[in-house]
Design a protein around this ligand. Structure first.
Ligand SMILES: Nc1ncnc2c1ncn2[C@@H]1O[C@H](COP(=O)(O)OP(=O)(O)OP(=O)(O)O)[C@@H](O)[C@H]1O
Ligand SMILES: [Mg+2]
Length: 298
């Protein structure tokens, strides 16, 4: 566990990553939640998409922001083909509000484009302020912004994870995934002031297995980092999830009463209820942090 965290630390050092904390007294009530993981393929995108749907059903205005620059996953999982992506915004071809697409259940989606976030670093001062202004406008009509990140140590991932107010770390019960999740939590502890970290164990064969894994992670964080990590709960391994991905129809739409569907609804409700003093910071600040991370001037 030490090793991965150390590697990430080294990486952060190399890219000169120091993420400023949010100024106090910021403005927005919009919550910003990053969904991330240490290991890839543990279910982040499925959770992001389904939490977005569940939040919308609970009456929230939701924006799902696909920050995974590798593959445009979120839109694929929803069966949406967006004409434009974040990349077009960063290249000045479209405004942010022009690329927001309406998804099922009234959720709004900002689709990623390969390489898009790297381009944040290259924006001119003028481009940057136009971008931030557009984000400010989006925030006005939004209660929750969910950010689906890529996995692991890449700086694209860490930029979003370190900038978000709340982080959900997804893992499976497998030791490798747990180790990588701990590595991610360790970085959050080191790089973020008072991080709000929650863990969800996905693809568990049964509750006992999930609870053991989730509690182990919380205990490790408490014992070695003195950090409170909230084990929120688990989602069972469920063929309905696999079918949903194949059919490009999220499980909460195709099989809401499946075991995974019911868990997702329960966890979404818990997440919404877990408010904290940290959830009042502005989204603009979030993007300031992201661009700062890539070397832009705030
Ligand atoms: N609860 C579950 N039960 C069964 N299969 C699942 C479950 N959750 C996810 N999967 C399977 O795992 C695959 C990977 O899920 P997903 O794409 O959401 O992971 P990810 O963490 O976003 O991956 P990446 O790191 O590549 O972005 C899905 O295609 C699906 O088949
Ligand atoms: Mg994904």
């Amino acid at each position: 566990m030490q090793d991965q965290a150390e590697r990430l630390r080294e990486l952060m050092g190399k890219i000169g990553a120091s993420v400023p904390e949010a100024p106090q007294g910021a403005l927005s009530r919009c919550r910003l939640i990053a969904i991330t993981s240490g290991k890839g393929g543990v279910g982040k995108t499925n959770l992001s998409v389904n939490f977005a749907l569940a939040f919308a059903k609970l009456g929230k205005r939701v924006l799902l922001f696909d920050a995974d620059m590798g593959l445009a996953n979120v839109d694929v999982m929803m069966g949406i083909v967006p004409q434009y992506t974040l990349l077009n915004v960063l290249r000045g071809q479209k405004t942010l509000s022009e690329i927001v697409v309406e998804g099922p259940g009234g959720i709004r989606l900002v689709a990623s484009g390969s390489g898009g976030v790297q381009e944040l670093a290259d924006l001119s001062e003028g481009q940057r302020s136009r971008f931030l202004e557009a984000i400010r406008e989006l925030q006005v009509d939004t209660d929750v912004i969910l950010v689906d990140t890529g996995a692991g140590l890449h700086r694209n991932v860490m930029a979003f994870v370190l900038a978000a107010q709340e982080v959900v770390v997804v893992t499976t019960p497998e030791p490798t995934a747990l180790m990588d999740a701990y590595g991610m939590i360790k970085i959050l502890y080191r790089e973020k002031k008072d991080p709000i970290v929650r863990v969800i164990v996905n693809m568990a064969f049964h509750q006992a297995e999930a609870d053991l894994a989730g509690k182990k992670l919380s205990l490790l964080a408490k014992k070695f980092l003195g950090l409170e990590v909230d084990y929120l709960g688990f989602i069972p391994r469920d063929p309905a999830m696999i079918r949903a991905v194949k059919e490009q129809n999220p499980v909460l739409l195709s099989a809401p009463m499946s075991p995974a569907g019911m868990s997702l609804n329960r966890l979404a409700t818990m997440l919404l209820e877990e408010r904290s003093k940290h959830t009042e910071n502005s989204l603009t600040d979030f993007f300031n942090k992201v661009t700062h991370f890539f070397g832009g001037k705030s």
